[in-house]
Structure formats: structure tokens, C-alpha cells
Design a protein around this ligand. Structure first.
Ligand code: PLP
Length: 421
């Protein structure tokens, strides 16, 4: 089921007023829902010796949202200097920050080391010699190759650009030790939007077995294993949620068995974006045109600049119309934006109730990889972001873009350069 019943109950009675006050389109996020998911996760993994979720900043990179995660005790997973900067703006420091970059450059290592540092998660063995200074605590991203297939969405690990290969893993840690590392973590990320929780349990088991083998080879123990993100959410009404309770119980059992055998328990880390934020956002947009040609089109005031997933991946986002919930879904329409790209459609051949100009559409599950993926192609601006606060008030947490933002990169000094001189 998309958008949670709780959020529906909170938002529906006031959405028309909010839309009238702020103007559409906008994404609106649910503070109470985000905090609820944080607390659920923390409580489900409370039997472990130190669980930590590093919210994947790329999913919803708004400092006001990041502050909520910080208050709930979470860290941040970043992969660029800008994301590190945002995480630090939200109060993240040092080991609150996991830096999982790939194809990393010198400036990125410098940004990572600045301002109290990060947990460095290296994507390749060749990067060991490029880290300006080997930190005490080091992590490697592991790519198991054909040892585990992961889910289909992220593809075959043998073709994935990420991570240290199976055969390089021992050398990676040995070399890091020679360069002065004394504390260790192991990371992998093999799934995306996966609703079958057993993949995550398998991933945890695989990492625990790897750190057992690494201890045999190198005599080192691990402070943490990080099973990555990729927990799925049900975008379609007929889909059930990921069974996070069973996942937590089975992973907890694995860690407890590991502790019996090995005499210690590493921390479990995760870095979910979608699961934490996805269901807690909706895109509110108004019908501005209707058109009947070979198909019936409903034109809205948002476009792909606000939400790329349907156009880019053919992803399904559920749509409801407040006030028309009880009407029959008897009109099959394409819901479209105004970009000159025929994939600028929020829904294709979707049965919806009869719509009129001025109707407000709620496009569900835009809390993760929604606004963040937006772009400015065709001079389309990204919409504003609002937060429905736990106390029932609404606050703007990002304004919509303007032409001045669009042309900001034209404002620079250059006197020209003659390469012939
Ligand atoms: C994108 C990403 C995540 C978050 O993925 P979700 O599917 O949003 O959970 C976590 N870790 C890494 C390294 C990523 O690239």
C-alpha cells in the first residue's frame, strides 16, 4: 500500500488549505511519519550491540529533514562533498558520517577528511594509496561478484562498477593495516527497492562470514558491518510492505550466533534512503488542462523536474484525488507535465475518477529520490518542499526555483584566454 493511512488521515483534511496557501506544485513531507519509521527501526534492532542507520542523503537532501534524522540518532550516508556539507549542516560529525563514494577524486578525499572527518568507505584497493592520510577506522565496499546475485534492480554484481572484488578483499585490509588502520568495517550494497526481506538477511550472513574469514587471515575484528540500503517500499496498492519485523528478528539471531562463535558482536549498520523517507512524501499538483486526442490526457502543473522516476524508469506512483476517493475509477488517462519529452508522464493509461481543471492530485511516495532527482531541462524549475510538522503546522523547507536560480551559473568573471600566447 502506498502513502500510509496515518499520513492520509493527517494530510487529507488540510491539503486544500495548504495548496491554497502555498500554491501548487509542492512536495510535502510528514515529520511524524519519518520519526515513526526511525523509532520502529531503532526498536526492532534494539537487541543488537549498537545498531546504526546512516540515512542515505541522496534520497532527500534537505537539511531540515536531515535534522530530524539526526535528532532520532541516525547518521548520514554521503557520496559527494555537497552531501557531506548538507549532513554537517544538519549537525552530523565524524563517525555520524559514512562516506561511500566511488571513482573518488582528491578533492572528495579532502572534503571527507575536513571538519572532523568521516568513516571512509573505500570503493577500490587502488584508492588506498590515494587517501591523503589513512584514518584509524577504515571500511571497504565489498562486491561479491557471482557469490551472490542480489536483486534484479541493481543488476549483476559482476557488471557493477562498485566495490572491491572477492579476491582483493584480504589484500585491501592488509594494505590498509600496513598504512596504519587499526579499526575496521565492511560494507556492501546489493539490492534496490527490494520487498523480499530475505535478501537483506542473506547479505548480513554473507558479511558476517566474510569478517570471520578476514579474522582468520589477518587476526582483525570488525567494529561494524554495513548491509547497505535498498529496502523496498510498496509503490503499488496491491503490494504489501517489506517484513521489517521478520528481517530484524532473523538478522538479530545471526548476530547473536556470531557472538557465540566469535566472542564479539560487530555493530549492524544500514543506509536506507527510500525505506526511511519514500512513503512520507507526496507531490501535490493541480490539473490545469484536459485533452482528448488519441488518448485522454490530464495536464498538471508539475512535470518531470519534480519527479523523474516515472519517466526515467517507468516507475509506478499511486495517485489519489482528495475528495474524489469514493468515485469510480472510470476514466483511463495519461497524467502529463509540460516538458517536450513524451516520457514526461506521471501515469500512463491509469484509471482515475473523472477529473476537472483545478482538481488537486496527490502523487504518492515522493519522499525519496523525488525532488532530489529533479532537473532543469526545458527551463522547468523544481517545486517547493513543505514539511507537515508533528504539531500539525506546515513550514516551507525549500522555495521553488526561479529564473535567477536557473541563470546563477552565468554570473562569473572571465577575461578570456588565448591558448596561442
Ligand atoms: C543509493 C544508495 C543508498 C540508498 O538506497 P535506497 O534504495 O534509497 O535505500 C545507500 N547506499 C548507497 C551506497 C547508495 O548508493
Amino acid at each position: 500500500m502506498p502513502m500510509t493511512p496515518d499520513y492520509t488521515h493527517r494530510l487529507t483534511p488540510m491539503i486544500e488549505k495548504i495548496a491554497h496557501h502555498y500554491g501548487t506544485p509542492f512536495h510535502i513531507y510528514d515529520e511524524a511519519g519519518i520519526r515513526g519509521t526511525c523509532r520502529q527501526l531503532t526498536s526492532l534492532f534494539s537487541e543488537l550491540d549498537g545498531f546504526c542507520e546512516y540515512f542515505a542523503v541522496k534520497a532527500l537532501p534537505n537539511p531540515e529533514i536531515l535534522k530530524i534524522f539526526k535528532e532520532e540518532g541516525f547518521g548520514f550516508d554521503c557520496s559527494s562533498p555537497a552531501e557531506l556539507h548538507l549532513a554537517r549542516m544538519a549537525g552530523g560529525r565524524g563517525e555520524d558520517l559514512m562516506f561511500t563514494s566511488n571513482n573518488t577524486c582528491k578533492e572528495e578525499f579532502e572534503a571527507a577528511a575536513a571538519d572532523g572527518g568521516v568513516i571512509l568507505n573505500l570503493d577500490d584497493i587502488s584508492l588506498i594509496d590515494k587517501v591523503p592520510e589513512m584514518p584509524e577506522l577504515i571500511c571497504f565496499r565489498y562486491n561479491p561478484g557471482d557469490r551472490r546475485t542480489g536483486n534484479e534492480i541493481i543488476g549483476n554484481p559482476l557488471e557493477a562498477k562498485y566495490g572491491v572484488s572477492h579476491d582483493q578483499l584480504v589484500d585491501a585490509y592488509r594494505t590498509a593495516m600496513e598504512r596504519g588502520a587499526t579499526r575496521f568495517g565492511l560494507h556492501t550494497m546489493l539490492a534496490s527497492n527490494e520487498l523480499n526481506y530475505t535478501y537483506m538477511v542473506e547479505t548480513a550472513a554473507m558479511l558476517l562470514s566474510r569478517i570471520k574469514a578476514l579474522r582468520k587471515e589477518l587476526g582483525i575484528t570488525f567494529e561494524f558491518v554495513n548491509i547497505g540500503g535498498g529496502l523496498g517500499i510498496p509503490y503499488r496498492p496491491e503490494e504489501g510492505p517489506l517484513n521489517i519485523t521478520a528481517m530484524a528478528a532473523e538478522i538479530t539471531a545471526l548476530f547473536q550466533a556470531f557472538k557465540k562463535e566469535e566472542g564479539y558482536m560487530p555493530r549492524l549498520c544500514m543506509e536506507s534512503g527510500r525505506f526511511m523517507a519514500g512513503p512520507h512524501g507526496v507531490l501535490a499538483t493541480s490539473v490545469i488542462n484536459r485533452k482528448e486526442t488519441y488518448r485522454h490526457y490530464v495536464g498538471v502543473d508539475a512535470c518531470m523536474s519534480a519527479l523523474m522516476r516515472p519517466g526515467m524508469y517507468g516507475a509506478y506512483h499511486h495517485i489519489t484525488i482528495p475528495g474524489k476517493e469514493a468515485l469510480p475509477l472510470d476514466t483511463v488517462v495519461d497524467v502529463v507535465g509540460s516538458l517536450c519529452e513524451n516520457n514526461d508522464k506521471f501515469a500512463v493509461q491509469r484509471p482515475l475518477p473523472p477529473l476537472e481543471e483545478g482538481d488537486l492530485l496527490l502523487i504518492h511516495d515522493t519522499g525519496a529520490h523525488g525532488h532530489a532527482m529533479g532537473f532543469n531541462y526545458n527551463g522547468q524549475m523544481r517545486p517547493k518542499e513543505l514539511l507537515l510538522e508533528s504539531k500539525g503546522t506546515v513550514r516551507m523547507i525549500r522555495r521553488e526555483e526561479t529564473f535567477t536560480d536557473y541563470t546563477a551559473t552565468l554570473d562569473f568573471d572571465d577575461t578570456g584566454f588565448d591558448p596561442k600566447l
